[in-house]
Design a protein around this ligand. Sequence first.
Ligand code: ADP
Length: 170
Amino acid sequence: TDAAKLDAAKKTIAGTYKTDSERSFVMIKPDGVSRQLVGKIVSRFEERGYKLVAIKTVTPSEDLAKEHYSDLAARPFYPGLVKYITSGTPVVAMVWEGKDVIKQGRRIVGATNPLDADPGSVRGQYAVSVGRNLIHASDSFEAATKEIGLWFKQAELSDYEPVAWPWVMA
Ligand code: ADP
């Protein structure tokens, strides 16, 4: 079977294949979609070897945006943030899986303020304003769990194993 072949490949090709992986919620915000950066952003996660578990466009309601950013409700920029996310232009909601994907996802995304973001990061390469910083990625396991549950139904999360994983995850 394919599963048996994959098991064999894990052992013979990659040696100490590790299955410990985690999931992160990543969202391309409306500016990223409108600026047609979706492919470039998806590629950063894909080329690193992470597994795409779910992807969809969503035009978020105010309730969804508010719930997603509920931790920031007291911040002065919160109303503007909710307006930005509910601009009417869709976002691309994704779940990515792999080793350390939460921490690595934050590195791929870059610091909140593009001025502080590493130039190799998404924000560091493409954004100039903290209020239009293109992308979101969960900042902890707890946040990822909340956000994946908020944006996706269980049935929307795919279960498969990329052929590259025995190499990527060793
Ligand atoms: P991150 O998205 O890097 O996890 P935060 O959780 O602190 O950062 O903030 C959530 C989002 O709120 C940011 O990505 C950004 O879109 C917006 N934001 C944060 N700080 C500001 C600010 N000072 N002015 C405007 N928008 C902000």
